[in-house]
Design a binder for this molecule. Sequence first.
Ligand SMILES: [Zn+2]
Length: 322
Amino acid sequence: MEIKDAKVYFWQLIQQKQLSHAYLLTGKSIAEKRELTQWIVQSLICEKPHASGGACLNCMDCQRVAQGQFADWMTIQPEGKTIKVDQIRDLKEWLSTSPLEASFKIAVIEQADLMGNAAANALLLFLEEPAENVYIFLYSQQADQLLPTIVSRTQELLIVESKIEDQLDALVQNGIHRQHAYLMKQMGSDDTLVEAYQAEEFEQWIISLNHFYELIISRDPYSFVWVQQQLKGYLSYWQARAGIDYLIWLNSYLLLDRYSLSEDETNFSPKMLKVFDKVKLNSTSTLHHEINNLLFDSKIYLNANVSPQLIYEKIAICSCRW
Ligand SMILES: [Zn+2]
């Protein structure tokens, strides 16, 4: 998702005290990951957050964070070409002490894919038993550049670069329908998507995913059959992965009341928009969070080479149990 969407998403998590201990921010732009992380810290400590959500950016606390003077934040960057095990040990020691200014500590590991095995394993032990009120953000361009065991203990969020209009223009020049291009940007791995693109098939895939989402959020057991009958044709590894990124985006989109889906921005037919209106009326934010967690878990299974069909079936089964 784009940084503006990510901010709304994290603001919801902060308010509902649902922030996880470890996030993996993927995507190309390190500047946007830094901006987002700083904003999250500011939003955690700001005394006068905006009524519409998020840090005010003007109070003393917000300013201190912006100026890098917030004592409970530590950032690790590679020393030379790697992140060394001693850096991770120092970080763990720092994290084990009490916060000085806030009620939490935050650690950022930039270019986390440059951790050698020793450093990664040292971090792993820490991620397995996260300390109270400690938040860790790992940055990496792609999740598969990290040890799967590390990835599986984080929530991975793809941050799409914001100059999306330029990127959409480029995709449209490649013969891609503008609305499809917009949805593709929410799915990550766009090179593969662009290569395999056929307008009609893409359209059918999105319709299938939308209906699947409607079924799981309605806790309808038919979702299981839907995987076998309709989604089965869209479950190659990369497509399954892009589909889950799409569902994460859709779920957060519907969770956040400030968005109203409009036809010109997304690809939804008037019929589908009506369905989503119904979903919004009948679902709770708790349910959206359950689905959110379920989808993040699904990405972990996918990275661990579990069969995509099994993963989608598991989403269907779990959603019926709530
Ligand atoms: Zn503030």
